[in-house]
Write a protein that binds this ligand. Structure first.
Ligand code: SF4
Length: 205
């Protein structure tokens, strides 16, 4: 497997494959309030009030992880290690639980990397939501592991195919998307409806 895909894009792909294309393949990154809030929150994760690790647990911060089997790489915000040596990745996210469940796939991908790197089984992790200031446990079930691997495989197929994916059918997601003005989903729909225009991008060489 030649190209290691960034774990951070799993969430983007799950949100909208076209958004993943713009960000990963075309390296488009436009800041809007949602993006900026995430950046600012991440800059504060080591400050008082953001500590989430229990007493007696060792905190490893900003851990570089990778899986050659899955072809992914990334950085864990935090990996906790308890007295028995059990590891648990912890991710910091905007918003609150329920708003966006695909955060779990990104965390699971981190766990899959850690398992490959250490040979240890990682049963669970946690997501700390800035919006609610709550730490939500995530169990790495067989179902979540399978779903995570499916997303990674789909990302790889899109990159290999080299053609921009269609707009998401869940158009409500477009409203908060920082790439709306690049993607122009409504305008593209109108053009297609009017004249059968086909908009196809191929990967830049
Ligand atoms: S504007 Fe909509 S279709 Fe376009 S990348 Fe964003 S979420 Fe996807």
């Amino acid at each position: 497997m030649d190209e290691l895909l960034p774990i951070s894009y799993i969430n983007q792909y799950a949100y909208c494959p076209r958004r993943f294309w713009y960000m990963y393949v075309e390296a488009e990154m436009i800041e809007n309030v949602h993006v900026l809030r995430g950046v600012v929150n991440h800059e504060h994760v080591n400050e008082p009030g953001y500590a989430t690790t229990a007493t007696g647990v060792v905190a490893h911060r900003r851990v570089h992880v990778y899986s050659h089997a899955l072809g992914i790489t990334g950085i864990c915000d935090l990996v906790e290690e308890d007295a028995q040596g059990v590891l648990a990745p912890v991710e910091y996210k905007q918003g609150q639980l329920g708003k966006w469940s695909n955060d779990q796939a990104q965390l699971c991908a981190q766990a899959l990397c850690l398992e490959e790197m250490t040979g240890r089984v990682i049963p669970s992790g946690a997501i700390f939501y800035f919006g609610s200031r709550r730490r939500e446990p995530v169990l790495f079930t067989a179902e979540l592991r399978g779903a995570t691997e499916s997303i990674i495989a789909a990302m790889r197929r899109v990159v290999a195919l080299g053609v921009i994916p269609a707009h998401t059918e869940q158009r409500a997601r477009c409203r908060g998307c920082s790439l709306y003005d690049v993607c122009l989903p409504t305008e593209t729909d109108l053009l297609i409806a009017e004249g059968g225009v086909t908009v196809t991008h191929h990967r830049k060489q």
